[in-house]
Design a protein around this ligand. Structure first.
Ligand SMILES: Nc1nc2c(c(=O)[nH]1)N[C@H]1C(S)=C(S)[C@@H](COP(=O)(O)OP(=O)(O)OC[C@H]3O[C@@H](n4cnc5c(=O)[nH]c(N)nc54)[C@H](O)[C@@H]3O)O[C@H]1N2
Ligand SMILES: Nc1nc2c(c(=O)[nH]1)N[C@H]1C(S)=C(S)[C@@H](COP(=O)(O)OP(=O)(O)OC[C@H]3O[C@@H](n4cnc5c(=O)[nH]c(N)nc54)[C@H](O)[C@@H]3O)O[C@H]1N2
Ligand SMILES: [Mo]
Length: 795
């Protein structure tokens, strides 16, 4: 069941990001979710100290707030959670799961909030009501009967620090490190690469960097849709004269122009802010080549300047003395900082880094023709971008999924660091690295122990505090869990939020295997496909959302999360719970833990009665990171997590920041010389939050009424023999022993480089083999998959 292409409207969008389109979209969803009165008053406390933290993205919450500190998509997320619609007893009495399997994702979630705990009944093929105790007892019994190696405990990035800490503790006391999480599909490439390069596991940027920077380099992140509040920081920077240099596969409206919908004067006058001053449409997977191009230009300019005698660096013999390129000398002279006569920051490189010579040699050795071919950019464009970079004293580098979800995702992030290190653009005001995170607490979950890697967790502390021996084996990440489910090694799946079956690769084979699981337990707010397709014994356990009042034994509770800039914030729900039968996430985790583990040293009930005690436990486990946690919970602007790299202290093996040189410019692909193969990037529309499909409108890209579209370059459409609007199938062009196809996609001509195409996630997830991931981080290569496009039979 998909929206028919006949109801679709494709028309280029001329407006800016934000503006009246944004205001209209917020009104529409508040009305549709039947919350015209409750909505606006709740929204006034969104992202404010003592208010609730948005359930949409993880962007920073400033200390000095605007009157309304939310964006279009944050408002949509609030409306979606506080809807007055209910998937209640009557709904589940009416529909079998076989029937619900035929429903599209949008329609499942659109039924509204889940109201009561349920167990699948084989005789009727329906979810039937159970008591919470019955649920916990049976889940505990089943888990005790299984080997902990056979159980996977997934977390989607929304659960609070308190819930996440309890959940990982439960998993480890049960005996499992199988803690895959949504981060494994998202910023895992950052979690692997940043510690290797700069000794920090997260980005180093803070909000004041936006006030101090004089140039922003912006890679592979769709700000207008994925983190619209960040547009305010970009807009303020542009107003100060800051240049924004963007590298993106597509021309994304939010990176082009913006009208702040909360500024009456901008709304009335229609005055737009031009966001990017330079915009480079790089091919997907082409960032390593593009970044090498920038670094090569900088390094060779520096070489040229030095060879021309304008400056000297002691002991630097690796430099070519006679560059054949007079243009480079002129270029170098034009960008060398007036006092130093260098393009690179040699003092910083010498004092703070290792690996420069090897990296510089690799950059010099790459041929411009290769860099141009893989990046899709011209030499002139790369040199032009390098010049802007070199003329700036403090460069902030921002990036997202366009870099991490790649076969070479880890190396993409290494290259971001390499570029920054060339001119000391880390750890000084205005110069840092900003990894824009997705889910609202995905970064924080890792901070409190949600990880399959036991080495990242203070196991000795857990052992000492709770008197047990934590497992030391490495658990399964998301793609490894998929493999374990498909080969039968995994027998039970517990899900703390999320929609695993839809978000992962290889979704068709996964569904078949998922049905063979002994046990599936889903803790969720709304119905989705991972609940409808289920194991032999299946529970659907509804929880409170973050926006709702969470009343426990000691009164209303607060929870906390970590933003993209590594600040911790308290959050207090205010809305009336969707149903009196809901439990909070901490209560559900504690219920399952007690039923599974029996007597332990953990005061589960006291924790559920008072979350401040969980925060004390977190502080005892991580004393430096969470010093005075409860006292600082509602500090305006949040309280900062200590990050040594921000102060140029490098917690790496070498004790320095490391230049790390990618061994190749582009992944090795068996289809490299197949002219009919395009590289597919999977995208989010402006009307979805991951697998949650709010509606069928991607306003900024001019797509209305359908999600089954494929964006293609006009020339590719012609040369492959297709026409605008034609209906096609998309087939994976690697590992062709298994046929992976999705059908009925409408061709939309788009501003996208030749050889590339784009389509929405999760509709295209059946195309991704689980093995198609970065080997080091295991992040699926969702931004580049070789595919073939063919005419749909009968279309
Ligand atoms: N409204 C809304 N907000 C969200 C989400 C949502 O689904 N909806 N999801 C949340 C989550 S979990 C996450 S992780 C973030 C995701 O937010 P983003 O990091 O913005 O990820 P995507 O939306 O997938 O888009 C990635 C961008 O990279 C570009 N791109 C694709 N391939 C390449 C490439 O190879 N190189 C370069 N340079 N660019 C490329 C695409 O054109 C696109 O603009 O957003 C979070 N916020
Ligand atoms: N092809 C492709 N695949 C991708 C991506 C891509 O770019 N391309 N992106 C990847 C990324 S970055 C991510 S993060 C993953 C996302 O993967 P997930 O995090 O697993 O998926 P979501 O769609 O965010 O989960 C939505 C569900 O969460 C539940 N939920 C919502 N709020 C709450 C709550 O407060 N508590 C609980 N317990 N449940 C709640 C609801 O039931 C809802 O249906 O997808 C990944 N998959
Ligand atoms: Mo994500």
């Amino acid at each position: 069941m998909t929206t028919k292409p006949s109801s679709a409207k494709i028309k280029p969008y001329d407006g800016p990001a934000g503006g009246w389109g944004s205001a209209k979209s917020v009104t529409e969803i508040t009305l549709r979710e039947h919350i015209p009165i409750k909505g606006p008053s709740l929204l006034a406390t969104q992202n404010k100290p003592e208010g609730f933290m948005c359930v949409s993205c993880a962007w920073a919450k400033p200390a000095k707030t605007h009157p309304l500190e939310f964006c279009e998509n944050g408002a949509k997320a609030t409306a979606w959670e506080t809807t007055s619609r209910r998937a209640d007893r009557a709904f589940f009495a009416k529909h079998t799961l076989g029937e619900l399997e035929q429903w599209p994702d949008h329609d499942l979630e659109e039924q509204g909030r889940l109201t009561h705990p349920m167990r699948w009944d084989a005789a009727t093929d329906k979810y039937v009501p159970v008591t919470w105790n019955e649920a916990f007892e049976e889940i505990g019994r089943e888990l005790r009967a299984l080997d902990p190696h056979q159980v996977d405990l997934y977390t989607s990035g929304r659960a609070s620090l308190e819930t996440s800490y309890m959940y990982q503790l439960f998993a480890r006391m049960y005996g499992s490190n199988n803690l895959p999480d949504s981060s494994n599909m998202c910023h895992e490439s950052s979690s692997v690469a940043l510690p290797e390069s700069i000794g920090a596991s997260v980005g180093t940027a803070i909000l004041s960097d936006f006030e101090n920077t004089d140039c922003i380099f912006y890679f592979g992140q769709n700000v207008g849709t994925s983190s619209p509040r960040l547009l305010h920081d970009l807009q303020d920077a542009v107003d100060r004269g800051v240049k924004i240099v963007t590298f993106n596969l597509l021309r994304e409206r939010g990176l082009e122009r913006f009208i702040n919908p909360q500024s009456p004067s901008q709304m009335l006058t229609g005055k737009e802010t031009k966001i990017s001053s330079q915009y480079y449409q790089v091919k997907n997977g082409g960032d390593i080549a593009a970044l090498f191009g920038l670094c090569k230009a900088l390094i060779e300019a520096d070489d040229a300047l030095m060879a021309s005698g304008a400056s000297k660096v002691a002991g630097d013999d690796a430099r070519p003395k006679d560059p054949d390129n007079a243009a480079m000398v002129a270029f170098a002279a034009s960008i060398a900082s007036a006092d130093k006569k260098h393009v690179l920051d040699h003092d910083f490189i010498k004092e703070h880094t290792t690996g420069f010579q090897e990296f510089a040699q690799a950059a010099r050795a790459h041929q411009w023709s290769d860099l141009e071919r893989f990046s899709g950019l011209s030499r002139e464009q790369m040199v032009e971008a390098a010049a802007t970079y070199a003329k700036s004293d403090a460069v902030l580098t921002i990036y997202g999924m366009g870099l991490t979800q790649h076969l070479m995702g880890v190396q993409n992030v290494h290259m971001i660091c390499n570029l920054a290190l060339l001119r000391g653009n880390i750890g000084k005001p205005g110069a840092n690295i900003c990894a824009v995170r997705g889910h609202s607490n995905v970064q924080g979950q890792r901070t409190v122990g949600i990880t399959e890697k036991p080495g990242l967790v203070p196991l000795d502390k857990l052992s000492q505090l709770y008197g047990f021996v934590p497992p030391e084996w490495t658990g399964r990440s998301t793609v490894e869990t998929c493999e374990a489910i498909m080969d039968g090694q995994s027998r039970a799946f517990i899900s703390l939020g999320g929609n695993f079956l839809k978000a992962v690769p290889e979704t068709e084979a996964m569904e078949t295997a998922w049905r063979k699981l002994r046990l599936t337990v889903q803790i969720a707010t709304k119905l989705n496909r991972s609940h409808v397709v289920h194991g032999e014994i299946a529970y659907l356990l509804p929880c409170l959302g973050r926006i709702e009042l969470d009343e426990q034994a000691t009164g209303p509770q607060a929870v906390s999360m970590e933003s993209s800039i590594a600040h911790f914030h308290g959050s207090r729900g205010k809305a009336k719970p969707a149903s009196p039968e809901l439990l909070s996430e901490p209560a559900i985790v504690a219920g399952i833990a007690k039923a599974t583990l029996g007597e332990t040293k953990v005061p589960w009930d006291a924790w559920v009665g008072n979350y401040a005690e969980v925060r004390d436990a977190i502080e005892r486990t991580y004393p430096e990171t969470f010093k005075d946690f409860n006292k600082r919970l509602f500090k305006p602007g949040g309280f900062a997590r200590p990050l040594p790299a921000r102060e140029r202290k490098w917690v790496t093996q070498s004790g320095k920041a490391n230049f790390l040189t990618p061994e190749r410019l582009f992944p090795e692909l068996s289809t490299a010389s197949s002219p009919d193969v395009l590289h597919l990037a999977t995208l989010r529309s402006n009307d979805q939050f991951n697998t949650t499909i709010y509606g069928y409108s991607d306003r900024f890209r001019g797509v209305e009424g359908t999600r089954r579209i494929v964006f293609m370059n006009k020339e590719d459409i012609g040369s492959l023999g297709f026409a605008d609007g034609e209906i096609v199938d998309i087939t994976t062009a690697i590992d062709e022993d298994t046929v992976r196809t999705v059908n009925g996609f409408r061709i939309v001509p788009y501003h996208i480089p030749k050889g590339c195409c784009g389509a929405y996630f999760p509709e295209t997830n059946p195309l991704f083999p689980t093995a198609h991931h970065d080997p080091k981080s295991k992040t699926p290569s969702y931004k580049m998959l070789p595919v073939r496009i063919t005419r749909s039979p009968g279309a």
